[in-house]
Design a binder for this molecule. Structure first.
Ligand code: LLP
Length: 422
């Protein structure tokens, strides 16, 4: 459920009409709903209520705006970060180090050192070379780094191949068959303290079965590691639960059902439970608001040319992803619709958001919104074609704030420098 609804014929974010945001901030612009973010976070809290010790480590990569992190951090969220940049964002948002988990296959020694100095809950280690490097860095600081090892369970997450991570052919984690050996090596290192096990099998999962398979393997491994003498007290179940991108009857499982899958698999192990949801918290809490520039008649098809482009929202071009496209001004019931190819102004045919979208005949200046764009939207934006980064707005009830302003052309150009020999 989200808080983007039509009121008096105008699509609103909570109580703010999107027409007002477009008039004051301009388009394109990302708009997030604080009430929706809060609701999604609380739904996960309820899903893990059975686990007295649990932490929802929001996956910062999904939407890393500091205001979004602060909102979630203030609700009690931990954070899952994958770079020192994300770590710095989380800390700037006021999240204490003991609630921050550091994931990712390529952490540098510098990142490890900064996180250890700044305070960190745990590193999710993905390889033996990383384990050795982390031990060295921690030992040089005179501390032990708390770690979970990310184990690759070799299950098919049944999602888009670019975002599946739990098969043996993927670069992530340590093969489960080798886990005991690697844990033994970890326990012998001077700068390492083993605290748990980590798994993350992919993103936008719409079926709970891959989780069941993976978590059953995790439970077996936890028992085996305990028998080997390791103090396994924390299980990081990863993220990845999918969201409904289409408003039809094929909604993915709910967080409450997901919570039960975790409980059934590992509930008897008396461990602290961590999860790392990103998309499920932020995805449907945001939309991308855009204006129609031209309606162009083509050969056998009409194009709706928007002021938003693939640099602002890359998911359709990158994954063939679907985002519902809706008009901001509701048309009268019975208004005939026509098919449009919805495109951006970038000089590539790949800059196509959707083909054959049924919409009431639009006119230049009309506003449209891409739904479900709160996760992996603004964070994946770029300045391709020298289009300044898209701004972000947070709505809370009847008020809104610009939480990332649109850079001016000067801002964009002033980051570059000419060599002194020019
Ligand atoms: N934990 C780890 C270790 C991850 O790699 C990810 C996502 C998450 C948690 C959060 O997954 P979520 O709950 O958001 O599904 N750019 C792609 C998604 C990439 C996801 C990468 N890892 C997209 O736009 O669909």
């Amino acid at each position: 459920m989200d808080h983007f609804n039509y009121k008096d014929g105008v699509l609103c974010a909570e109580d703010v009409p999107l027409t007002r945001i477009a008039a004051e901030v301009g388009t394109p612009v990302y708009v997030y709903s604080a009430a929706t973010l809060t609701r999604h976070f609380n739904v996960f809290q309820e899903a893990l209520e059975w686990a007295p010790d649990h932490l929802i480590c929001y996956a910062v990569k999904a939407n890393s705006n500091i205001a979004v992190l602060k909102l979630l951090g203030d609700l009690g969220a931990g954070m899952d970060v994958v770079s020192i940049g994300e770590y710095a964002r989380a800390r700037t948002a006021g999240v204490p180090g003991e609630r921050i988990v550091f994931s990712g296959v390529g952490k540098t020694r510098k990142e490890m050192r900064l996180a250890l100095e700044g305070g960190i809950r745990q590193f999710n280690v993905e390889s033996e070379p990383e384990l050795l490097a982390l031990s060295e860095v921690a030992a040089s600081l005179g501390v032990k780094a708390p770690i979970a090892i990310r184990v690759n369970p070799d299950v098919d997450a049944k999602t888009h191949e670019k975002i599946a991570t739990g098969k043996s052919e993927n670069k992530f984690g340590i093969p489960i068959a080798r886990a005991r050996e690697v844990y033994a090596a970890a326990a012998s290192l001077p700068g390492i303290e083993v605290v748990g096990i980590d798994m993350h099998i992919g993103s936008q999962l719409t079926d709970l079965d891959p989780y069941r398979q993976a978590y059953a393997k995790m439970a077996d491994l936890a028992r085996a590691l305990r028998a080997d003498g390791h103090n396994i007290r924390r299980l990081d179940m990863g993220g990845g639960l999918g969201i409904p991108y289409r408003r039809d009857n094929n909604a993915p499982p709910l967080p409450i059902e997901y919570g039960q899958v975790i409980r059934e698999a590992v509930g008897d192990l008396d461990c602290e439970i961590e999860i790392e949801p990103g998309r499920n918290i932020a995805g449907n809490a945001g939309l991308l608001l855009s204006e129609v520039i031209y309606v162009k008649r083509g050969e056998g098809r009409d194009f709706l040319i928007l002021d938003a482009a693939m640099n602002d929202l890359i998911r359709p071009a990158m994954y063939g992803a679907h985002h519902d496209i809706v008009p901001v001004i509701e048309s009268a019931p019975g208004t005939p619709v026509s098919a449009y190819d919805v495109v951006g102004p970038i000089c590539e045919s790949g800059d196509t958001f959707q083909k054959g979208t049924q919409l009431p005949p639009p006119a230049p200046g009309d506003l449209i919104a891409f739904r479900s764009a709160g996760a992996y939207g603004a964070v994946m934006s770029s300045e391709y074609n020298s289009r300044p980064l898209v701004p972000e707005v947070l709505v809370d009830g009847d008020r809104f704030a610009v939480i990332r302003p649109r850079p001016t052309l000067e801002d964009m150009l002033s980051r570059e420098a000419l060599p002194d020999w020019f």
